[in-house]
Design a protein around this ligand. Structure first.
Ligand code: ATP
Length: 316
């Protein structure tokens, strides 16, 4: 990170004490190790997205790296600011789902995350945009929104990753079908749906896979839509969605592209991105390839290699 010929990395560590383990995680040793290795590190406890944005913007000229310690909601709240300021991102997974950490190959282990930051190996990843909101993992409407609505902070704290399963069961009874006009790179599709998701990353909703071949640096969006079906059929589909194999099921519509426009009937529908309510339909989704530099494991299996990117091949 630092040698006699190199200036130290100047980093801002944003911590969200409201994220699942943000208040209790012991970060002292990891922070000390980064400082001992030569990093100039300021710790900032954030009370909300606006505070985070201001903290980054005020220091932008003095920063080489922003480390975000929190869950997907916290990290997602920095996406627009980091893109605007063109500052690299590193993450400490302190949330419940930690889906971005999965999509990058960092996982949930804090010690590993600190080691990844110390190694400071960077790759470019894509950003998703829905209307004017940036997201890393996925945006969705329908059943997924109901699931998030069932997921209060108390439920998340108490049930951890199982809170997503609990919320899914509760949301099933509230799911309603809708009609969606989906225009993908100019091609129009009409679908009846109960759940529609558009992914930029690979993982969302606590470890579900958006699409089998989806990667956060593949320069494309992956959409799937669940056709109306009974509770029993949905339950049998759940393991396929978990493993990204839902393209094999008849009851699912899948497509990928770079620009997706969605209109819904009978009316506007709420859209959540990275677990937070951000906008509603009608919505336009786009992808910004290679939008942000992110610190990742050198050998991350979750990202497309530079060779795969050049040749446009799927990693499977
Ligand atoms: N930049 C921020 N600073 C402080 N608080 C934030 C910030 N962004 C979001 N929050 C609030 O903190 C709450 C919890 O944070 P976050 O979503 O990151 O953790 P989580 O819910 O435990 O994990 P995950 O999103 O991975 O399931 C959010 O729901 C939101 O209310």
């Amino acid at each position: 990170m630092n040698s006699t010929s190199q200036a130290p990395t100047r980093a801002l560590l944003i911590l969200n004490p409201k994220s699942r383990s943000g208040a209790e995680a012991d970060l002292d040793d990891g922070i000390a190790a980064l400082r001992n290795a030569g990093m100039e590190l300021e710790v900032f406890y954030s009370g909300g997205p606006d505070e985070t944005e201001n903290a980054i913007r005020q220091r932008r000229e003095q920063l080489d790296l922003v480390i975000v310690g929190g869950g997907d909601g916290t990290i997602s709240s920095t996406a627009g600011t980091l893109y605007d300021c063109q500052l690299p991102l590193a993450i400490l997974p302190l949330g419940t789902a930690n889906d971005l950490a999965r999509s990058l190959g960092i996982g949930n282990d804090l010690q590993h995350a600190f080691a990844v930051i110390a190694a400071n190996h960077r790759r470019a990843i894509d950003l998703g945009v829905v209307n004017d909101h940036y997201f890393f993992n996925a945006a969705n409407m329908g059943l997924g929104v109901k699931v998030t609505e069932e997921l209060g902070p108390e439920v998340k704290k108490r049930w951890g990753v199982f809170s997503y399963l609990k919320a899914f069961s509760a949301a099933l009874t509230r799911a309603q079908q809708f009609k969606a006009e989906i225009v993908v790179d100019g091609e129009r599709h009409m679908e009846r749906s109960i759940q529609l998701a558009v992914g930029n990353g690979r993982y969302y909703g606590g470890g579900n896979i958006v699409a089998d071949s989806a990667r956060i640096n593949d320069a494309r969006l992956d959409l799937y839509s669940l056709r109306p079906q009974g509770v029993w059929e949905l339950l049998t589909l759940a393991p396929l969605v978990r493993g990204g194999k839902h393209h094999l099921a008849q009851r699912v519509f899948n497509i990928s592209g770079q620009r997706i426009e969605i209109t819904t009937r009978p009316g506007a529908m709420a859209i959540h991105a990275d677990g937070e309510p951000v906008t509603q339909t009608p919505a336009t989704f786009t992808v910004i390839p290679d939008a942000l530099q992110v610190v990742v494991p050198r050998d991350s299996q979750e990202l497309l290699s530079e060779e795969d990117k050049t040749h446009g091949t799927d990693p499977q």
